[in-house]
Design a protein around this ligand. Structure first.
Ligand code: GLN
Length: 315
């Protein structure tokens, strides 16, 4: 086993879970009712190692939308299908240093990276874009489900409808990018934005999302099923950008303090990857000023204080 003393390890995770439980900071996202209704007390931690050892504490079987946690998975699928050269004709690899939904492109008129809205919308336009929208959605849902080892994945139609109804910024971003010819020529912008909102509205829970993170930790092979979904090169690229760009405008500080690839979403989830060791999903709706889950960030800090998982530990 990659973690031989798993019971002992789980005991430390349990005490970290309880420590973070007392953190009452942050504010639940309220730009759509489907998010604002979440109880700020909800808190779950799930761990899945690359050899399938599991442990969960708290609200780990409650469903939430992936929101921006879907972005690295979409990017990984695009890389896996098209290869890095083609994907990066459309999107950069640099942290933007700007809010995740800002209307800005880099000096080559491309989105800064695939983990902010502009970049993720462009990635959405690349995913199986020779198929019809229903088939494209089926394809992504099927692949996400494989990445999650066949465990829970849902879809919140109410979230999708709310996202679309309140998406003036994303529509503006879309039109701006269309003007700048960021998309492949055949792209239908309205369909692409719908698809993007739908992928943000795919639901998971901590347990299934920890398997997703573990598939990334394991180089693209799901540790529960042995299913090989992503090639290691696509996973390497995905983890690189999660490391530098995954945590909104806290990405640099997160890379400094925690030193691990992660991706947060406005639902309060964080996918955290310890490469070659484990995937973790932490979820708690209250967010800090940078849009990251307060308990989630505290847990990540605690994790690297307790264990030498930071990329530059063991020097
Ligand atoms: N779905 C929202 C948007 O695209 C928020 C995504 C997120 O988790 N930041 O604006």
């Amino acid at each position: 086993f990659v973690i031989p003393e798993f019971q002992e390890f789980a005991g430390v995770i349990d005490s970290m879970y309880h420590k973070c439980l007392t953190n009452t900071e942050g504010k639940v996202a309220d730009y759509i009712p489907q998010l604002s209704r979440f109880d700020p007390g909800l808190w779950g931690v799930s761990v899945c190692t690359i050899d399938g050892q599991r442990v969960s504490y708290g609200d780990t079987d409650m469903n939430f939308c992936l929101q921006s946690c879907s972005k690295p998975l979409m990017y990984a699928l695009a890389l896996n299908e098209l290869g890095s050269d083609i994907v990066h004709q459309y999107v950069g690899q640099e942290p933007s240093g700007r809010p995740f939904n800002e209307i800005s492109l880099n000096s080559n008129d491309k989105p800064h990276n695939p983990l902010i809205n502009s970049g993720a919308v462009v990635i959405t336009s690349l995913l199986k874009n020779n198929l019809s929208l229903p088939d494209r959605f089926d394809y992504v849902q099927t692949q996400f489900k494989r990445i999650a080892g066949g465990e829970f994945l849902g879809f919140s139609n109410a979230t999708f409808l709310s996202e679309r109804q309140t998406a003036d910024r994303n529509f503006s971003l879309g039109y701006y990018m269309k003007e700048k010819k960021v998309f492949p020529a055949s792209t239908n912008l309205m369909e692409t934005l719908d698809f993007y909102f739908q992928l943000c509205s795919i639901e998971a829970n901590c347990e299934s999302a920890s398997v997703m993170a573990a598939t990334l930790a394991n180089g693209g092979i799901c540790p529960i099923t042995g299913d090989k979904i992503l090639n290691p090169q696509s996973v390497r690229n995905t983890l690189s950008l999660m490391h530098s760009c995954g945590m909104y405008d806290y990405s640099g500080q997160f890379a400094f303090k925690v030193g691990l690839p992660g991706k947060s979403g406005v639902s309060g989830a964080i996918l955290l990857v310890v490469p070659n060791v484990m995937g973790i999903c932490v979820w708690s709706p209250p967010l800090d000023a940078t849009g990251n889950s307060c308990r989630g960030i505290q847990f990540c800090d605690e994790l690297v204080q307790q264990f030498n998982f930071h990329n530059y530990d063991n020097l």
